[in-house]
Design a protein around this ligand. Structure first.
Ligand SMILES: Nc1ncnc2c1ncn2[C@@H]1O[C@H](COP(=O)(O)OP(=O)(O)O)[C@@H](O)[C@H]1O
Ligand SMILES: [Mg+2]
Length: 262
């Protein structure tokens, strides 16, 4: 199986803070994975390492490989890896229309610019992606006036326009109401069922869909458990992870966390 993400002995700082010291993690193609951890665990830092917003400390034996390679130009990489982060959601506060949010994915830019050329084929593909996501009717709506759920779907579309095999999503359903959350989960499940690999980075247990089979628990920059979802998602593990008693409920392949009594 091809390895899509490989971190080997990665050390990374945010300011003076050493977030990761010799972190190693591998994810293979087809291995739908949730990386679960409390606030401050290092989830966002991990995403920023993947997107090259931050770089690891240069060490002799440390590296980050994506799809087997250490060096990528962003143009090539976005055809393999689609990332939807919360930074992106914030950066997009401006005047873009729905259509332009999707089109901007071609250039990995925020909004579209006069120098960027879009032909009929680009626009056709954008319309198809919007139809897939159920947002075609909103193509002329301003991003700033969309609901959070609509914005989230457009940002997913922005990633999907490049037809990546792998999607990395950062807390995709946070801030969504139940309907929007369920619609989003349905979409993501459909994408996994059609063969895309999903890497979900989150502290929300309820947004881990049944198709996710591997769970990695991360705390203070360290991986504290990693394996089959059913083995990793236990009351004890999650109580330890979140430093509070947790009792898990399970139904239809989904999990929910309740306050436990320990
Ligand atoms: N810009 C920054 N400067 C210094 N420390 C930071 C910065 N951003 C995050 N950190 C620290 O890095 C650690 C990991 O943060 P982060 O990756 O945002 O965790 P998570 O996304 O899991 O909540 C935390 O201890 C946090 O305080
Ligand atoms: Mg975070």
């Amino acid at each position: 199986m091809q390895k899509i993400i490989e971190l080997r002995n990665v050390t990374a700082y945010r300011g003076d803070n050493c977030v990761f010291r010799n972190l190693s993690l591998e994810i293979a193609s087809g291995q739908n994975t949730a990386i679960l951890g409390p606030n401050g665990a290092g989830k966002t830092t991990l995403l920023k390492l993947l997107t090259r917003d931050i770089y690891p400390v240069d060490t002799e034996d440390g590296y980050i490989r994506l799809f087997g390679r250490e060096r990528w130009n962003v143009w090539e990489l976005r055809r393999h890896l689609g990332i939807v982060s919360h930074d992106l959601q914030r950066e997009y506060a401006g005047h873009a229309t729905g259509m332009n949010v999707i089109l901007s994915g071609y250039y990995s830019s925020v909004d579209v610019w006069a120098h960027q050329q879009f032909g009929a084929a680009h626009k056709d593909r954008a319309l198809r992606v919007m139809a897939l996501l159920g947002v075609a009717a909103l193509k002329d709506k301003l991003y700033a006036t969309m609901s959070t759920g609509e914005q989230r779907r457009f940002l997913l579309g922005r990633a999907l326009i490049n037809e990546p095999d792998t999607l990395v999503l950062d807390e995709p359903t946070s801030g969504l109401d139940l309907k929007a959350c369920f619609q989003y989960l349905d979409l993501v499940r459909g994408l996994m069922q059609t063969g895309k690999t999903l890497v979900l980075v989150t502290h929300h247990i309820h947004e881990i869909p049944p198709e996710i089979t591997r769970v990695v628990l991360m705390k203070r920059g360290e991986i504290v458990a990693d394996g089959e979802k059913s083995a990793v998602l236990t009351d004890d593990n999650l109580s330890e992870l979140f430093d509070t008693p947790v009792e898990l409920l399970q139904a239809n392949g989904f999990y929910q966390a309740l306050p436990g009594s320990r």
